[in-house]
Ligand binder design. Sequence first.
Ligand SMILES: Nc1ncnc2c1ncn2[C@@H]1O[C@H](COP(=O)(O)OP(=O)(O)OP(=O)(O)O)[C@@H](O)[C@H]1O
Ligand SMILES: [Mg+2]
Length: 260
Amino acid sequence: MEIIAIANQKGGVGKTTTAVNLTASLAAKRKRVLLIDLDPQGNATTGTGLDKNDLALTMADVLLDGVSLQEAIVTSPAGFDVIGANRELAGMDITLMGQTNSHELLKTAMSDLVTDQVTGQKQPYDYIIMDCAPSLNLLTINALVATDGVIIPMQCEYYALEGLADLSQTIDRLKELNAKLYIRGVVRTLFDARNTLANDVSAELQTHFGDIMYDTHIPRNVRLAEAPAHGMPVLTYDRWSKGSRAYQKLAAEVIEQSRK
Ligand SMILES: Nc1ncnc2c1ncn2[C@@H]1O[C@H](COP(=O)(O)OP(=O)(O)OP(=O)(O)O)[C@@H](O)[C@H]1O
Ligand SMILES: [Mg+2]
């Protein structure tokens, strides 16, 4: 079982789009996957066709009330397992302020999935994918403490290099809390191949961070933006769209990494 957090402090870079569509593409390749929404915006939850305000249990119950991850799992209309989130998760920083080990709550809860409490069967998933909020709040820190690797979605804009350097520093600092933490890969998102600046930045990223860059570039594709409105991953919404094919390629790269 591999745990992957999708994180970037910057907003609107395609974290949720990547979390939902990478999960769907891994599931389509017959991997057993669980998507955990760790953003009070609940966009990943909605993106899988669930009604975020109509869930019996969410990540708020897990992190604030000690409900087990197992109990909070639902099968989404998209066909794979999800633990949802909604606004109830927003007060977490304040609620848990001063509580010792507040950064390890998710890691502790994860141990429940390492061995299935009900069947005694080990590791019911091949991958657990976590969608993080655009900040380094207590929720994101919980994700980075519980995870093995991080996938960073990144737009090829002017400040991308600086942003990535900052992010890798942040991740280095968090190694104090999680020695296993590493950048599994950076995925270029919202990529417009006709844009000269985007191409230049992409090439620069390749030069400086080549060893952690995924080959797959996720194109800017309207089908990816439309799919969540229908509560579907793009794979279901428009299987052969450029966006869908790109996420399938990314999933293949992620699986290939696991083999190494
Ligand atoms: N490759 C893409 N092509 C077209 N639209 C995209 C693409 N990726 C994301 N979008 C759209 O851009 C917006 C931001 O994407 P998304 O919600 O995935 O980013 P995010 O990093 O999760 O945002 P936040 O920081 O608010 O959580 C959404 O409206 C989404 O549908
Ligand atoms: Mg998001």
